[in-house]
Write a protein that binds this ligand. Structure first.
Ligand code: MD6
Ligand code: FE
Length: 214
């Protein structure tokens, strides 16, 4: 069968660190259902630019779905059950996203991961995300599953100290990155997105990070 020859080219999981796995193209088979599920989320909770605790406007626009959503304002970073813009609960986490994240986490060695929060980040060309740690979740034993869509990015994958020189990991449309365990508190960021137009997503990159926040 010719079809099975194609499997020879199916991208394989790449271990980037002891507990960090890149699953190239893993979201592609579910892409259209995923985008269909995202559309009503973005209608109910549109992208917004949050303020850092220091009063700066974040370059990345973001929103959330799930029983908890991550926010940043003059009072700091935290998860809340209510979207402060709509004053309503965040939109529910679509089942297609929960299933994708659970399957990706299991492949990466994290069985039984059930997310309750999904941060949705929107990047235009030129937008970057500076080095940070994700430490607002309750249980660092739970991994984070990150889905990249649209324009490619260079992910900065650092160490446990801000000063550790980061690796540069290309993240393409449909790639899924899973990290947890001893890698959970690594510093990371995103280099400025290069100008371009993605054939399916247009002039943007969207990143979904699924977490067990509560
Ligand atoms: C991004 N991602 O890729 C930003 N955090 O747009 C993150 O900040 C991130 O991809 C924790 C784990 C995976 C991630
Ligand atoms: Fe992060």
């Amino acid at each position: 069968m010719i079809q099975s020859n194609l499997d020879l080219f199916a991208p394989h999981p790449q271990r980037l660190a002891l507990q960090t796995t890149l699953l190239p193209g893993f979201a592609l088979p579910d892409l259209e259902p995923l985008l269909d599920a995202l559309r009503p989320v973005l209608r109910a909770a549109p992208f917004r630019h949050m303020q850092t605790p220091g009063g700066l406007r974040m370059a990345v626009a973001l929103t959330n779905c799930g029983s908890l959503g991550w926010i940043s304002d003059e009072n700091g970073y935290r998860y809340t059950p209510i979207d402060p813009v709509s004053a309503k609960p965040w939109p529910a986490l679509p089942q297609v996203l929960i299933d994708l994240a659970t399957r990706a986490a299991a492949l990466a060695g994290f069985e039984g991961f059930i997310p309750d929060a999904c941060l949705v980040n929107h990047y235009l060309p030129g937008t970057r995300l500076s080095l940070h740690q994700d430490r607002d979740e309750q249980d660092y034993g739970q991994p984070i599953v990150s889905i990249s869509l649209g324009l490619p990015a260079v992910f900065l994958f650092g160490g446990l100290q801000r000063s550790d020189r980061p690796q540069r990991i290309p993240l393409n449309h449909g790639d899924v990155l899973v990290w947890g365990g001893e890698d959970r508190l690594r510093f990371h960021g995103v280099m400025p997105i290069k100008p371009g137009v993605h054939p399916r997503m247009g002039e943007r990159r969207i990143n979904l990070t699924l977490r067990k926040a509560g």
